[in-house]
Design a protein around this ligand. Sequence first.
Ligand code: ZN
Ligand code: ZN
Length: 355
Amino acid sequence: MPVLHNRISNEELKARMLAETEPRTTVSFYKYFSLDDPRAFRDSLYLSFGALNVFGRVYIAGEGINAQISVPQSRFDVFRQTLFSSHPALDQVRLNIALEDDGKSFWVLRMKVRERIVADGIDDPSFDPSHVGQYLNASQVNDMAQDPDALFVDMRNHYEYEVGHFENAIEIPSDTFRDQLPMAVDMLKDERDKKIVMYCTGGIRCEKASAWMRHNGFNNVYHVEGGIIEYARRAKQQGLPLKFVGKNFVFDERMGERITDDVIAHCHQCGTACDSHTNCRNEGCHLLFIQCPACAEKYQGCCSPTCRQELALPVEEQRLRRRGRENGMKIFNKSKGLLRATLQIPSPDDKTNDE
Ligand SMILES: [Zn+2]
Ligand SMILES: [Zn+2]
């Protein structure tokens, strides 16, 4: 019986990766397709990826695969052939190569079987997530943006929509993808004759959403191939006008990639035009919010006078205060009023969804 997991410590594995001299390519891909035996597929893919020294994080479910991995450059062609031939549904699957990445993000291969590749809360056994809408490439997206019969639907979170979105896109105002799915069906129930164009950051969420809309009787459902990331890349490459305005929010150091110069959001503290997200500097708060440079100075990077006061306390005192408070990321949400100035324990629905 071959070993299907790692027997070496994390530190040792990381040290080995850092000592490697060969450059790595970071690549991500996903695909919705039906797998009868996800565990068997996982085991065989683990062995073939392991033999190629692939690192990264792979999720496999009955509904498909979602992977972020790094591949030694000399093995890349073999890797591609291995992946394409691992299952008929994965032949020619679109690979997203990360350009601004040093390939050092992963030092071990983790491959897990999950219930879903994207949690959706759907119980309906007749729902087939691989029954997706039609892909739109960048120029087709632009055609849709001119089409009066087309309706763009943003399947991301509010804080993402707030700093950038497709012109005239509808927001589905919930903090979780699970809640957004039924909400989208309800909000669009009188628009069944329209062309519904769904999008998200990298495509994985909107693609499932497109299948859900079709399942609910919408016949003209489309989704932006590869999401905003791929749209922006292709549109720029082909010199097309950009129909996405503002910033594409992503969790990196820059908190997003600027797509156009338009600043469509506002500082949550003073209302001036601004689209820079930051986390409250008070570690006991860490709220994600938009703050302009003037307010950053005034509040010392904090979301409220209360947090600024707390930040000024001795470290030990801050630590004591943090105890018992719920951790986890909190996000500014207009509907919940301005920044929890009294730092109450956040409600459970503040949690965001992970992609
Ligand atoms: Zn401000
Ligand atoms: Zn705060």
